[in-house]
Design a binder for this molecule. Sequence first.
Ligand SMILES: Cc1cc2nc3c(=O)[nH]c(=O)nc-3n(C[C@H](O)[C@H](O)[C@H](O)COP(=O)(O)O)c2cc1C
Length: 491
Amino acid sequence: MPSAAERYHEDTKYTPENVRRPGRGLDFDKQPVPFKDYATGTAYDLTRFLPEGEELKSDAELEAWRAQLPSADQDLAALSHLLYFTNGITAVIPYGGQPLLLRAAPSAGGLYPTELYVAVRDHAVLPDGLYNYQVRDHSLVCFWAHDPWPRLREATFHHPALEQSGLLVIATGVYFRSAWRYEDRAYRRILLDTGHVLGNLGLYAPVLGWQTQAIGGFADGAVEDLLFLDPEEEGVVAIAAVLPAGKPLTGPSALPGPVSTGVSVPEGRRLLALHAAGKLTEATPPPEAASGEEKYTFAFGETLADVPVPFDAQLGPTIIRRRSTRAYSGDGLTREELAALLGFTYGQSGGLFAPELLETFLAVHDVTGLDAGCYHYRPEKRELRQIRFTALRDEVQYLALGQDLAGRAGAVVFHTADLPRAVARYGDRVYRYLHLDAGHLGQRLNVAAIRLGLGVSGIGGFFDDQVNDMLGIPEREAVLYLTTLGRPESR
Ligand SMILES: Cc1cc2nc3c(=O)[nH]c(=O)nc-3n(C[C@H](O)[C@H](O)[C@H](O)COP(=O)(O)O)c2cc1C
């Protein structure tokens, strides 16, 4: 019998038959609003710390601006900037007569299921308590004004990061926002989206002298209670502790959970069923470090050069500029660009949950100095091994549900994981870790691509089994996410 995670994955695969199924239309009368309102609570405005008018020139400019504030305000300004560059509104575009508010992190279908909460202790301005980050007006609403640490310590099974941190970011998914369009498969997108948000958090924290520690193991019910969530509507998917940079990180980034038998769940309930199957009520020690054995030993390896992405204090402006590319020119990438993109993306593992479980494959359509075909990438050696020697534009476009982006990119990155093996290590909860990490790496690819003047877009919809066939990998290797990279079409 498969586990709940394997069952869910199988049940939510796209196939050429089921994507065209009648009844997959959208009910615009029920279109969800991607914001949460609080009837009560104390609001703390964070917009006054955002630069007005002129375009932001550099991270250094913002740092200098923070430094001249009264010292009590500096902490709040830093938090304002952290949240803004993690998930704030960075563009407004017209959409069906209404403004669509685009954010620092991309989101499948622009549905923005991720909510961020902040738990604060011993802050210079904010009272101890729990806050919701109100994206729409860039404020924090305090809905519980007590020291949350005693309950959070218990809920995180006394994670040591809590003793070094006065700031936790708790990410949830509001299911219907994404399920409205993507039905049961929405759980995958919710986790990928949230991974992108956490990617920004992990990237921007060092600009403020901080670092993040992923806390994947927590008692879900206790955190839901603390945040006053309705578990039928919203689930906690990740916690990140924000700590001073330089302190050695201790404690596990992921804990294992139970494995349930993947019984048949009716359509429409599968998302909730898998989230429930992944919940923890107690801590089990993390598994031994995975053996370094190579799963894929393809011949024809070549090593990519160590090429840095020159951020030059331009991370904030890059995040503001980041948009998902809507069309590629069809022109290729250079080998140096690909090396820089991959080098940056895998250059550090901080903030990830269980990255050792992910595999990276590439479909190279047009990269100077590389044959077109499929490759397996080993980040620790920066090594590409060719596994298919053939032009794949049409095949990749087809399996990405016919999207031009996948055919006209220069290269497409595929993140996959051996799902039965991952479940054996972390239980059904691993489904969260895998997709959160794939989204996180996707965000690093996004930010690096934008900085290099390239185009980039995630793709969450694909014919799952056809990807395995194209890559020639066994079915147990679950395909998690695609990131397309290329040259944007100039308009
Ligand atoms: C998990 C995920 C899946 C996505 N899938 C697709 C896709 O299949 N096709 C596409 O054109 N864009 C896709 N996108 C990009 C979104 O459409 C885009 O992020 C959203 O419209 C907001 O625009 P922005 O990224 O420019 O801010 C995806 C983004 C994410 C994070």
